[in-house]
Design a protein around this ligand. Structure first.
Ligand code: SF4
Length: 476
């Protein structure tokens, strides 16, 4: 029974990718605006929302387990997110869930919360956009201009520029879950970015399903930002973001020719020299079977051209091994591609069928032991490349954004490292380090704090991470 004398409390479990995390932030912000408190645990919650991921089978399984855990611990559970697209799949496993809503159905999930844990007092959104609360996971609330609740640390934020996707990659069901591409007008995105930076965000991580396609659905519509006309297009977006004084990192970019226009902005230091491009394979035949966007582009030529314009560019990518029909020769092409491309950061997945994906109908399923063996070979090949590329950085001075301070060391990331998916830089100076007073620009004891931008002299590297000493409190 809900106690009507206090604000109802909502527990929240957020699973999946950064795009789902942004959805969670939006739902939580609306709930706080509606007068709900956020419960840090199941026991204190009147209702629990589970934002699920349904991208691959292991993610679906994890989501179903999270729903089961919330049901056992609390009993009053509302499900939303990608897995919610097929409510029956959830109800067949967990018939006790109170409601199921799909991805981007913000109003529907908030309405379900209102229905099952009604708000007790009217909250006035005109006087207090997001009520402050100690129990907010991380709150960027009233004092920062009403930009909502954020689930990442204060110093970085994901900036979602569009929803959905117009492609039909044969292994992917995202377009059927999230629909066609819908871009946000450029003025709206830049306004949000400006508010985030004003609130102390030092790094903006641009996310979408396909960042290169930004604005296509709007026919690159003219919009306004700060009274200035701008087209809703990738280059103009990057120029606007680059003027804000924060690190700007691009994710989910496809290697279309117009991406070439962005590289000079990286060379000029306006946005980070970093591109996250999911190439997925190095064999044109496999890419065609995957129905990948830009499958016919010469990716090696393009990478080489980018490096000529911006030699310090970091390229991160993901690949799939064991896609249906992948022959040993096609896998060898992938390894050759890796050798030739010398990518900085690489993730690799063993293909696993996703219910509803077109690739399920392809012939030539690769046996699990062959997938494993190819994955091992792939990872060994990339570890050598990664180690070699990081060795080149020994002796250099890198700008590092501090993420965490621990006894005796701090952990940060260089321009080449996105949070969660790339490497780290260990800064070995203890937090209480007191510099010699005569050194110009010497770091103060407070220099190492989360969100600080510092300079680090790199003196060692392993396969994926760097380590070094603090040399200056000014990383820019
Ligand atoms: S580009 Fe392909 S993999 Fe990415 S969301 Fe669209 S269909 Fe899925």
């Amino acid at each position: 029974m809900i106690n009507l004398k206090r604000n109802p409390k909502v527990g929240f479990v957020s699973l999946g990718c950064p795009k789902a995390l942004v959805d969670s932030e939006r739902i939580l912000t609306q709930l706080r605006t509606d007068g709900y408190d956020i419960s840090p645990d199941y026991a204190g919650a009147d209702v629990v929302v589970v934002n699920t991921c349904g991208f691959i089978d292991s993610a679906r399984q994890e989501s179903l387990e999270a729903i089961g855990e919330a049901l056992t611990a609390n009993g009053r559970v509302i499900v939303t997110g990608c897995l919610g697209k097929n409510a029956e799949d959830i109800r067949s496993v967990h018939p006790r869930v109170l409601a199921v809503t799909g991805p981007q159905q913000y109003e529907a999930v908030v309405s379900a919360v209102h229905l099952h844990a009604p708000p007790t007092q009217a909250h006035d959104p005109f006087t207090n956009l997001v009520p402050a609360s100690r129990s907010d996971p991380v709150s960027r609330d009233a004092e920062n201009g009403g930009i909502g609740i954020k689930l990442t640390p204060r110093h970085y934020a994901y900036l979602k520029i569009s929803e959905g996707c117009n492609h039909k990659c044969s292994f992917c069901i995202i377009p059927s879950m999230r629909g066609k591409l819908v871009s946000r007008p450029v003025g709206e995105v830049l306004d949000e970015a400006e508010r985030l930076v004003a609130a102390g965000v030092k790094e903006l991580l641009v996310i979408s399903q396909d960042t290169s396609a930004y604005g296509i659905d709007l026919k690159y519509k003219l919009d306004f930002w700060g009274g200035r006309p701008l087209r809703t297009r990738m280059k103009e977006l990057c120029e606007g973001l680059g003027s804000l004084g924060a690190w700007v990192r691009l994710h989910y970019v496809y290697p279309y020719p117009h991406v070439d226009e962005i590289i000079p902005l990286m060379a000029e230091g306006k946005i980070l020299p970093y591109l996250d491009i999911p190439f997925q394979h190095g064999s044109k035949d496999v890419l065609r079977r995957m129905r990948r966007p830009a499958a016919s582009e010469n990716n090696l030529e393009r990478i080489n051209r980018w490096r000529e314009i911006c030699p310090e560019i970091t390229i991160r990518s993901t690949f799939i091994v064991g896609f249906p029909g992948e022959t040993e020769a096609e896998f060898a092409e992938l390894i050759d591609f890796l050798d030739a491309a010398q990518l900085d950061r690489v993730g690799c997945f063993k293909y696993s069928p996703v219910a509803g994906a077109a690739a399920n109908a392809l012939e030539g399923a690769v046996p699990e032991e062959v997938k494993q063996e190819r994955w091992d070979r792939f990872m060994q090949a990339q570890a050598i490349i990664s180690r070699k590329r990081l060795q080149y950085k020994i002796g250099s001075i890198q700008a590092v954004l501090v993420d965490a301070v621990e006894p005796g060391r701090a952990i940060g990331r260089s321009m080449a490292d996105a949070p969660e998916i790339d490497g780290i830089v260990t800064i070995r100076h203890p937090p209480g380090f007191r510099p010699a007073a005569h050194k110009p620009n010497a770091p103060s004891p407070g220099a190492l704090r989360p969100g600080a931008l510092v300079q680090v002299a790199i003196d060692s590297a392993d396969d994926y991470d760097l380590a070094g000493s603090l040399v200056s409190a000014t990383g820019a």
